[in-house]
Design a protein around this ligand. Structure first.
Ligand code: HEC
Length: 160
């Protein structure tokens, strides 16, 4: 009896171990399941996209700047303006070829003067700066060969 239960136990143990070896990979482990670290980094790099995703965020925040100015919340406008800088500069990591135009067209003094205008909390100065910002966005789009970006409602936002 004792021998039987022992061999039963052994059989169970064997069965269990072969079962767990043959277990299917969890398809949700889309990074861990890759065959090598290089393949994993490739997956992550592809997933993190190029310049389009930071630009999408910049567009959202630009709209938020407009909303903040409409509410005369100049601190909030300045907050989004700072995040726009961070987002564009982080974008250089992925697409270094975008840096020269962004630096010479957008960060050549425009970014700073718009920031100062928001800091002034003067309505007219701040709205003029919003126009200046828009012109710099569009100039970079033109220079980067995506001039068609201009023709969208985002760039029709004005003082209400
Ligand atoms: C390097 C210069 C540069 C500057 C500065 C810049 N952009 Fe862009 N933007 C681009 C490029 C390039 C694309 C297209 C990206 C692509 O094709 O992957 C783009 C795309 C966009 C898009 C479309 C994103 C999408 O996929 O939905 C929006 C919206 C946008 N930009 C808004 C702005 C706004 C607002 C500003 C100013 C605050 C701005 N951009 C400043 C270069 C720039």
């Amino acid at each position: 009896m004792k021998v039987l239960s022992r061999s039963l136990l052994l059989a169970y143990a064997l069965l269990f171990s072969t079962f767990s070896l043959a277990q299917e990979e969890n398809p949700n482990d889309w990074i861990l399941n890759a065959d090598s670290s290089e393949e994993r980094f490739q997956l992550i790099q592809g997933y993190l996209r190029g310049f389009d995703q930071p630009m999408w965020e910049v567009g959202e925040r630009y709209e938020k700047v407009h909303e903040a100015l409409t509410r005369e919340n100049y601190q909030l406008a300045g907050y989004h303006w700072r995040k726009i800088r961070t987002t564009i500069q982080n974008g250089y990591l992925k697409r270094p070829k975008r840096k020269p135009n962004a630096d010479s067209i957008f960060f050549n003094g425009t970014w700073e003067s718009v920031k100062e205008a928001f800091d002034s909390a003067d309505k007219e100065t701040a709205w003029n700066a919003f126009g200046e910002a828009k012109r710099a966005c569009m100039a970079c789009h033109q220079a980067e060969g995506v001039g068609y970006m201009k023709n969208q409602s985002l760039f029709e936002l004005e003082q209400e």
